[in-house]
Design a protein around this ligand. Structure first.
Ligand SMILES: *Cc1c(COP(=O)(O)O)cnc(C)c1O
Length: 390
């Protein structure tokens, strides 16, 4: 028996090495990676620029702590500010930690304004992480059950429904922020309408609330813009990032602007590892390669190709409800639970995921080529047809 705690239902496969969009198991079998470790491996596997940058950094210094200035962290904060228009960056090591920072910051913002019991509006089907505060913000009972008492201070509303937030605004004077994913990832690749995002921005402004956007999954180029909210032409007060930012090296970030800027000062928050030289080098290299190689444009183009080819290959197949998503964040919605497809795809040499029980989730590296998309569809579409006809 393994001594690894049994917190995941794991597939019986282990990987030994990767090469671009492919990864090899310990028996030498090759897989096309259409999941990228859940939107993490932005540049695919063993990217030569990333390998070189990490080796060089490891050969100089890995860690110094935030008790000192960290040049790579400063450079990364500058770069993220330039790409997002945000002002300040707090570095963490994961998505839930970035969200914890955002939640703490919203509460602190409320207290500074004399609100003793600040509340944050959160969404149904949301996923914000597994720590106590972030699981409390998450809109999924399965994530919460058994961990009560939940952290108080969250008010839940239906996603993509402006009037529900307006209703809360009328009755609850403790609200300090609205927190949402522009595209819900774990919740089933559900995108908020751009008009809704704009209206929530305006509502937050009218009430002097913070707009907190969790872009842990949909950010960092995945949808074809650096950040998903940029499609709506809005700017959040807080944005959180993680997953794809370090292309496999753990890093999270909470960025502030507008009325969230300057809320935290020394002593309000911290992290031993957050923003260490190795992680920041990984993120800087990821952003550099994305820029140099046009990976935003590629995410848009390959995403469009993938949706088109999937739609063609699955045309008229009963049981396929919808193909949705933006860029390389795609959900194929079936009319029934389809978790079994993950193992069948694995067998066929393809890594995919199923979320929200009946949504096949595709989150390939942003380096996917035209031929990779076609290979993905050629493998996946017949599996879906077979699964639905069984
Ligand atoms: C994965 C995810 C998180 C949690 O990130 P961890 O790094 O697992 O803590 C939070 N929010 C969203 C939208 C995510 O997809």
């Amino acid at each position: 028996m393994s001594h690894v705690m049994n917190t995941y239902g794991r597939l019986p496969v282990a990987f030994s090495h990767g090469e671009g969009v492919h990864i090899f198991d310990t028996d030498g079998k090759r897989y096309l990676d259409a999941l990228a470790g859940i939107a993490v491996s932005t540049l695919g596997h063993n990217h030569p620029d990333l390998v070189k940058a990490l080796a060089e950094q490891a050969g100089r210094v890995l860690h110094t702590s935030n008790l000192y200035r960290i040049p790579a962290q400063e450079a990364l904060a500058d770069r993220l500010a330039e790409l997002s228009g945000m002002d300040e960056v707090f570095f963490a090591n994961s998505g839930c930690e970035a969200n914890e920072a955002a939640i703490k910051l919203a509460r602190y913002y409320g207290h500074k304004r004399g609100i003793a019991q600040p509340a944050i509006v959160v969404m149904e089907q949301a996923f914000h992480g597994r720590t106590l505060a972030t699981l409390s913000a998450t809109g999924n009972r399965k994530v919460q059950a058994g961990f009560e008492p939940l952290v108080p201070g969250f008010v839940r509303v239906p996603f993509d429904d402006l009037s529900a937030i307006e209703q809360v605004a009328k009755t609850n004077h403790d609200v300090v922020a609205v927190m949402l994913e522009p595209i819900q990832g774990e919740g089933g690749i559900r995108a908020a309408h751009l008009d809704y995002l704009k209206a929530v921005r305006a509502l937050c402004d009218a009430h002097e609330w913070l707009l907190i956007l969790d872009e842990v999954q949909c950010g960092v180029g995945r949808t074809g813009k650096w950040f998903a909210h940029q499609w709506a032409g809005i700017q959040p007060d807080v944005m959180t990032l993680a997953k794809g930012l370090g292309s496999g090296v753990p890093i999270g970030a909470a960025l502030t602007a507008g009325r969230a800027k300057g809320v935290f000062g020394p002593g309000n928050h911290g992290s031993t590892f957050g923003g260490n030289p190795l992680a920041c080098t990984a993120a800087l290299t990821t952003l550099d390669v994305m820029t140099r190689d046009g990976l935003l444009e590629n995410a848009s183009a390959r995403g469009a190709q993938l949706r088109e080819e999937l739609a063609r290959a699955l045309d008229g197949v009963a049981g396929v409800t919808e193909i949705r998503g933006d860029g390389l964040m795609i959900g194929v919605v079936l009319d029934r639970p389809c978790g079994a497809l993950v193992g069948q795809a694995l067998e066929a040499g393809l890594l995919i995921n199923v979320t929200a029980e009946q949504v096949i989730r595709l989150l390939p590296p942003l380096t996917f080529s035209v031929a990779d998309v076609t290979a993905l569809v050629d493998t996946l579409a017949p599996l879906i047809r077979k699964f639905l006809s069984a």
